[in-house]
Ligand binder design. Structure first.
Ligand code: UDP
Length: 259
């Protein structure tokens, strides 16, 4: 391997599951999907994929529809139906994202947890692992394929199933704060926090169900801001960005949080 290739591969991770929130597919919290935003995200992801790390990407759909919000306050739609609509939203994002990544020259596969055989492969983990080992970026859509959960949980699930080293959540804030930074200007950004403390403080930047799932398997999570250029690549290369959610260790003196 040449020195340049070595440099390109330098990452502590072999395989990463990257969750990208639906907000990445639109501008300024607008609803819907905006192709300029998708292309920007694809460019950032391209740089991360070139690090040589195997990359499976779970997409959110909140830019289009979230099931719980959509069915709230009406009896005319069943909650489960609304959740399936949310899952379909992730597939819409996936179709756009796949084309945007491939336009940059990446080889990709689009996978859906819901049957979508005209446009996406079924979710067969051995097959996904094969794509990853061949250097293809795998885009996982449709969440878990079941209602009443979020794509954060789908990402935790995928990371466990695919034996990834870490789950990364790319979102619109810089990491895990002590409070909602949009509402509380004094909220503190943590550089590290244990699973236990994250759950105890009832923090919401990552679905607690997903954090619980990761904690059961000591799977670390990094939460970071995708809007900062280069952040996805930095995170995938193992550089310090955002907040690490983890089991805790002696390096922090046993503290649960570290600003
Ligand atoms: N969803 C679901 N099952 C899953 C994943 C997602 O029912 O396994 C639905 C759920 O209604 C969710 C919506 O799809 O609100 C969109 O996903 P999510 O809210 O996680 O998107 P994000 O907030 O990350 O953009």
């Amino acid at each position: 391997m040449s020195a340049e290739e070595q440099q390109q591969r330098a990452s502590p991770y072999r395989r990463v599951v990257l969750k990208i929130s639906g907000e990445g597919f639109t501008r300024n919290n607008e609803r819907g999907i905006n192709m300029a935003s998708v292309v920007e995200l694809a460019q950032e992801t391209y740089r991360a994929a070139k690090s040589g790390v195997e990359l499976a990407i779970v997409l959110g759909g909140g830019n289009i529809l979230r099931g719980a919000q959509f069915s709230a306050g009406t009896t005319s739609i069943q909650p489960a139906t609304a959740h399936y609509m949310g899952m379909l939203a992730t597939i819409i994002n996936g179709l756009a994202f796949q084309d945007a990544l491939e336009a940059l020259g990446l080889e990709t596969r689009l996978v859906s947890a819901l049957f979508m055989q005209d446009v996406a492969e079924p979710n067969i983990h051995r097959r996904i692992e094969r794509h990853l080992s061949k250097g293809r970026v795998v885009i996982l859509t449709g969440g878990t394929g079941r209602p009443f959960v979020t794509t954060d949980t789908a990402a935790a699930q995928a990371a466990l199933e695919l034996k990834a080293d870490i789950v990364m959540k790319a979102t619109k804030v810089d990491g895990v704060f002590s409070d909602d930074p949009a509402k509380n200007p004094h909220a503190i950004l943590y550089s590290r926090i244990t699973y236990r403390e994250f759950l105890r403080q009832n923090l919401r930047v990552m679905d607690p169900e997903a954090v619980t799932k990761c904690s059961e398997h000591q799977l670390p999570i990094v939460v970071f801001n995708f809007r900062r250029p280069g952040n996805i690549e930095r995170a995938v290369r193992g550089e310090r960005v955002g907040t690490l959610i983890y089991a805790g260790d002696a390096t922090t003196g046993g503290e649960d949080v570290s600003p």
